[in-house]
Design a protein around this ligand. Structure first.
Ligand SMILES: [Zn+2]
Length: 280
């Protein structure tokens, strides 16, 4: 390795934020939270350990994901309910809000729509912040446990990774064979998972989730949402995944319907208004 003479000077250049968010449209959290206070529960889904389940959250409704019996992380996919090509875009959400999300952050959809799909209005783990290892909760780093990486690294064919759980749940919902549903499964939001990157090698790490029964995160559905949530085979992800070794627990998804006039000043966001000419 040859160091240039000005190596330290180049390293010392200060970073700039890629996407300053001063002009990012801000959610009206007070409006959402006031509407949530009067909203009535209209549906619930229990996600069994090492499985996934789908749920609907119509625009203007609220979805709460809760830890119920023991520490458990979940892998979340979101689609526009009427156009599954519009789906959660973990990479751009990460670029806009950071590697981990909490109250006030939004989950953005894929191109060409790039609009808020959901806004996080409550997170009982918002106290966690960033720990001494650089770890934090609810990552949008993207990937999910999957059988392909398991096969690559260990030669195992394990069928209850989050990727397979989400594929089976979506296939059942759409009445499609798994191979047709699989391409619609995408990079996730890791609900309750505590992750980061090691400072010395930059590798993705996980550690025991701080989530406990009663903890929850709540979203406001900005558009009609189809969701799928997997109760990860890693349980609290304190040791491993891609196996049946970890203790796993169910997750609860509850949907709340707002009162009729609670959101009269709110409008579902338009798709991105870029002209899509790409300069041609
Ligand atoms: Zn998983």
């Amino acid at each position: 390795m040859t160091l240039p003479s000005d190596a330290e000077a180049r390293r010392a250049v200060a970073p700039v934020t890629c996407y300053p968010t001063a002009t990012l449209p801000k959610p009206d959290l007070n409006l959402y939270r006031a509407a949530r206070l009067m909203a009535q529960k209209c549906d619930e889904v229990v996600v069994a350990p090492r499985h996934a389940a789908t749920f609907h959250a119509p625009a203007g409704h609220f979805a709460r994901i809760s830890c119920v019996d023991g520490p458990q992380v979940g892998d979340l996919n979101l689609w526009h309910a009427n156009d599954l090509t519009e789906r959660f875009y973990s990479g751009k959400t990460r670029a806009l809000h950071g590697t981990h999300v909490t109250s006030g952050d939004r989950l953005w959809s894929s191109f060409p729509n790039l609009r808020p799909m959901a806004t996080i209005i409550k997170d009982t783990l918002d106290w966690y912040g960033i720990d001494q290892f650089g770890g934090s909760v609810h990552d949008v780093i993207g990937t999910r446990c999957d059988p392909y990486t398991g096969n690559l690294l260990d030669g195992v064919h394990y069928h209850h990774c989050c990727h397979s759980n989400l594929t089976r749940a979506l296939a059942a919902h759409l009445n499609l064979p798994p191979a047709k549903a699989e391409p619609l499964v995408h990079d996730v939001m890791n609900v309750f998972m505590c992750t980061g990157f090691t400072r010395d090698t930059g590798q993705y790490f996980m550690k025991a989730s701080p989530v406990r029964p009663g903890d929850h995160i709540e979203f406001f559905a900005e558009i009609d949402l189809l969701g799928a949530l997997s109760a990860c085979p890693g349980g609290d992800c304190s040791s491993g995944h891609t196996s049946d070794k970890a203790h796993c627990y169910p997750l609860l998804v509850e949907i709340f319907k707002p009162q009729n006039d609670a959101l009269q000043d709110w409008q579902s966001p338009w798709p991105n208004q870029y002209d899509a000419s790409h300069g041609r």
